[in-house]
Ligand binder design. Sequence first.
Ligand code: FES
Ligand SMILES: [Fe+2]
Length: 346
Amino acid sequence: MYPLSVDQPYPRNQWWVAAYASEVGRDLLARDILGEPVILYRSAAGEALALAGICPHRAFPLAKGCLVGDAVQCGYHGFQFGPDGACQNVPSQSGVPQNARLRRYPVAERGGLIWIWTGAAERADPANIPDVASIGLGRPDWAVEEHPIKTVDGRYTLLIENLLDLSHVTFIHDKTIPGGEKVAAIPVSVIETQTSLTVQRRGENLPLNPLIKMQFPEQTGPVHQHFDSEYLGPCMIRTGGAMYDAATGAELGIQNYIHIITPASPTRMHYMVMTARNFGIDQPHLGEIQIGMGSRIQPEDIDAIEAIERVLQSGATMPQEISARVDNGALKVRRRLEAQIRAEAA
Ligand code: FES
Ligand SMILES: [Fe+2]
């Protein structure tokens, strides 16, 4: 499926983000993940749980049911399923049908996020969750904002490619990202590790823009600014990075934009953004600025992605795809993702 040359749209032996931790509580939360309806909730003890979202009795959506203690009670005929997914009560009879159970998904809570493992349960290893602390999540010495979750009518790979090629900032965000007009012209290098791939852009001697002036009121002269795109897996990409006083080279601080990508189906996705900074952490107005900017910037990306998805689904004769040098990182990520999906199929 475009842009990948494999049939499976996504890897399943993968940690994805199911929800913000703050969304999951003692009510049932429904979310489609990799084409499967899932319900999320917390046990009375606070443990986050994820179970299949369709009742195996007569296919009623379990999110329309309720919690009875730690069990999920279907809203249709009252079958109850424990937190392990096993059916534990059928009100109309004594005993429960054999094999009556919901799939229970392995879950981990980290960095303010509920992670879900969509592959074979025995292969779930939380050590494979991206190192979110290294980018500022779940740390007392960073300030983090959760931007509203959006569902996008587009395949998740379009967002990955959007974020790996920030030269788009100069064009679709020309009115919403201060200093964005410079981005497309900054040279790019690609840095690969086992677990990540970074498309690195290092802006040098950029004029102080109003956003940076608000973030660092003492700053008067030009800055060096990193516009990284760090692929941490198909579930998460970090953009942004460090800023420096150009005169002295002293680091001013790091502003990360953490993009969280979860396929809802082959052609839809959930898109969450967290902003994280290691400066001005006691200044909530800096977070409000990020939330306000995000509310203007994110729809510009979503519009572009949904427009491309409509083209892809239109049946139009497609031109032969051409790529520019700047696409190098995104093309490497395509190959990585294809290799991951092929390895699963083997
Ligand atoms: S459909 Fe759920 S109990 Fe009947
Ligand atoms: Fe964008």
